[in-house]
Every structure is written in structure tokens, then in C-alpha cells.
Ligand binder design. Structure first.
Ligand code: NAP
Length: 313
């Protein structure tokens, strides 16, 4: 099958299209094959490729196949889902440690990692969502704030941030979005009550306090601003980072934590269902062929592209 490998840690040029043997479901009992149609390019892919997460990968070293998000069709039946069902999900890549990611024609996955894709949702849209939307939902769960709380979402122009804005608004929170000023209208349509344009951390704090003078009850920090944002949080509030490497030092009774997106088939089914009914918007920035993974990484690293870059397989 066609895959894109990381040949050595480095820049996008280390990505190479090669052929590997098809995975055999007999290799890992309980797993099922998915024939991929699309794979999302996540920030974590860029960090793994660069070698930033080398220590977390333990014995796993290049060459390996990157990729968390997938959308495609089941090549084997899974519990409750016949062969041929359109599915999407994400491979918990670091924890799984096989180096068999989703920049590939076929992946072997646990049934708990996937959910059916509604007819209304195409493969590229489905592949843009799993890791990001599940992580955003799990970050909000981790906050455990009562309905009507004021929640700040940073990186609101990004993929995870956009989902967090929408899900926080759906949960009945008052949402302050820290994102690009140009995205203010879109972020309001997605559910933000106030939009603070990104700037220096001091400007961000002043902007947030301008719309929430007592401070916010909770922050989901998808932009990884960390400590400089703490003055925007109420005493006894909660701060959830999108990275365990960027958790601020607790102060004034503020609970600090980090989210790690974990596969949750029921949650993913609900989120994909919302996309199908128009209750959750997902945005695809670009669709490129699998073999153009290096160009996809260059574009993702350049930033300022609203939406997920998706590889078409
Ligand atoms: N813990 C987990 O399981 C998990 C899962 C998924 C993602 N993540 C992490 O979550 C983060 C967001 O992921 P993503 O896919 O949403 O990435 P993304 O689409 O690139 O979004 C990040 C956004 O943050 C913005 N940003 C960067 N610095 C900022 C600042 N100082 N103030 C305000 N905005 C700022 C970026 O703007 P520009 O584009 O202009 O730079 C971009 O809009 C990444 O670090 C990713 O690794 C963690």
C-alpha cells in the first residue's frame, strides 16, 4: 500500500512516499482495517516529524508513518458496524507506539477509535474533525464548569479553538474568544459572545477583562499562552491547557490542568452527528494528495490558515 514515511527527524523534506505491506488484521486481534479516503494534518504531526516528541516516543524512531486523523470505509466488520461503513476517528499515535499512522491507504484500528460518518458529511470534512473536536470537548469536560459560566478560548481562530468556541456556546457558557481580529465576525457566528484580537499577552488580558471585568471562570488555552493569561482568570477558576508542556503555575486557587485527547467512540459519533445536522461547523483549509504531505506540512507550519489541511488518499 502507499504510505508517507518520516525518514528521519527534520523539516517537511523528510517526508517520503513509499510502499509498505498492507496491515493484516490477524496481527492484532480485535482491530479492524479501514481503507482511508482522507487523513488530517495535525499540529502534533509537525512536532513528531521535527523530533520534538522524540523522548515521548520511547523506542519508536524513524522510519515511521505519521498521522492521527482518518476517514474512510471499514474493510472488516466492527461491533455494530458492517464492512463498508463510512467511518472516521483518530489513532492515539504516541500511546499506540506502532508507528503506523494515517498517512496510509489502510490502517488497523481498535473499534473504540472510530465512529460512523453521517451521509451528509464528506470524507475530507470527517477527517478534519476527530482529534481536534474530541480534544475540545474533553477540555470543556475537564473544566467542569456550571452552565452560564464565562469561558475564554485562546487560539480561537485555530481548528481546536473553533470547536471549543462552538461546544462551549452549545453548553450554555458565555464565550470570550481570543483569535485573529479578522475572524471576529465568523467567531461570533460560531457562538462567541466577545472576540478579543490576539496581541501581546498583556493586550490579551486587558481585552478579556474589558469584556469580563471580574475575570473569566475558565480558560481553554488552545494557543498555549500559559502563565501570562492567568490574570484574566477569577480566583478559584480553572485553566486547561492544550499541552502538558504549557501548564501555568497555579495561583489564587486557580485549578490548572492539561487535556490529552483520548479516543471516545460515543463522543465522536455525537460530534460527527452534529456536523451532519449543521450543529457544528468544521473547516477544511486545503485538500492535497497523500504524496504532497511535505507541501501540506509546509503550509501548516506557515500558520494563519483557518481550518485543517487534509490529505486525500
Ligand atoms: N492535548 C491534545 O490532545 C491536543 C490535541 C489536538 C491539538 N492539540 C494542540 O492544540 C494546539 C492547537 O491545535 P490546532 O490544531 O487548533 O492548531 P492551529 O489550527 O494551528 O491553531 C492554533 C491557533 O492559535 C493561534 N495562536 C498562536 N499563538 C497565539 C497567541 N499567542 N495568541 C492567540 N492565538 C495564538 C494560531 O494563530 P496563527 O496561525 O496565526 O499562528 C492559530 O490560529 C496545538 O498546540 C496542538 O498541538 C493538543
Amino acid at each position: 500500500m502507499r504510505v508517507v514515511e518520516v525518514t528521519a527527524y527534520g523539516g517537511p523534506e523528510v517526508l517520503r512516499a513509499v510502499r509498505r505491506p498492507e496491515p493484516d488484521p490477524a496481527d492484532v486481534p480485535g482491530r479492524v482495517r479501514v481503507r482511508l479516503r482522507a487523513a488530517g494534518v495535525n499540529q502534533a504531526d509537525l512536532k513528531i516529524r521535527s523530533g520534538r516528541y522524540a523522548a515521548a516516543l520511547g523506542a519508536l524512531a524513524p522510519p515511521f508513518v505519521l498521522g492521527y486523523d482518518f476517514a474512510g470505509t471499514l474493510a472488516d466488520p466492527a461491533p455494530g458496524l458492517p464492512e463498508g461503513t463510512r467511518v472516521a476517528g483518530f489513532v492515539p499515535w504516541v500511546e499506540d507506539g506502532t508507528g503506523a499512522g494515517t498517512y496510509a491507504e489502510t490502517v488497523l484500528v481498535e473499534p473504540e477509535w472510530l465512529a460512523p460518518v453521517p451521509d451528509e458529511v464528506d470524507f475530507t470534512a470527517a477527517a478534519s474533525l476527530p482529534l481536534s473536536a474530541v480534544t475540545a470537548a474533553q477540555a470543556l469536560d475537564l473544566m467542569a464548569l456550571p452552565e452560564g459560566s464565562t469561558v475564554l478560548v485562546t487560539g480561537a481562530s485555530g481548528v481546536v479553538g473553533r470547536f471549543a468556541v462552538q461546544l462551549a456556546a452549545r453548553a450554555g457558557h458565555r464565550v470570550v474568544a481570543l483569535g485573529h481580529g479578522d475572524d471576529a465576525h465568523e467567531l461570533r457566528v460560531l457562538g462567541a459572545d466577545a472576540v478579543v484580537p490576539r496581541g501581546t499577552p498583556a493586550e490579551a488580558v486587558a481585552g478579556v477583562l474589558g469584556s469580563a471585568p471580574d475575570g473569566v471562570d475558565g480558560v481553554f488555552d488552545a494557543a498555549l499562552v500559559a502563565d501570562p493569561l492567568l490574570p484574566a482568570v477569577k480566583d478559584g477558576g480553572v485553566f486547561v491547557s492544550a499541552s502538558g508542556e504549557r501548564v501555568p503555575v497555579a495561583e489564587r486557587g486557580v485549578r490548572v490542568d492539561a487535556v490529552t485527547g483520548r479516543p471516545d467512540a460515543a463522543l465522536l459519533k455525537e460530534l460527527l452527528g452534529l456536523v451532519g445536522t449543521g450543529g457544528l461547523a468544521t473547516r477544511v483549509a486545503d485538500v492535497l494528495p497523500l504524496e504532497s504531505a511535505a507541501e501540506a506540512h509546509r503550509r501548516a507550519e506557515a500558520g494563519h490558515r483557518p481550518g485543517r489541511i487534509v490529505l486525500m488518499i
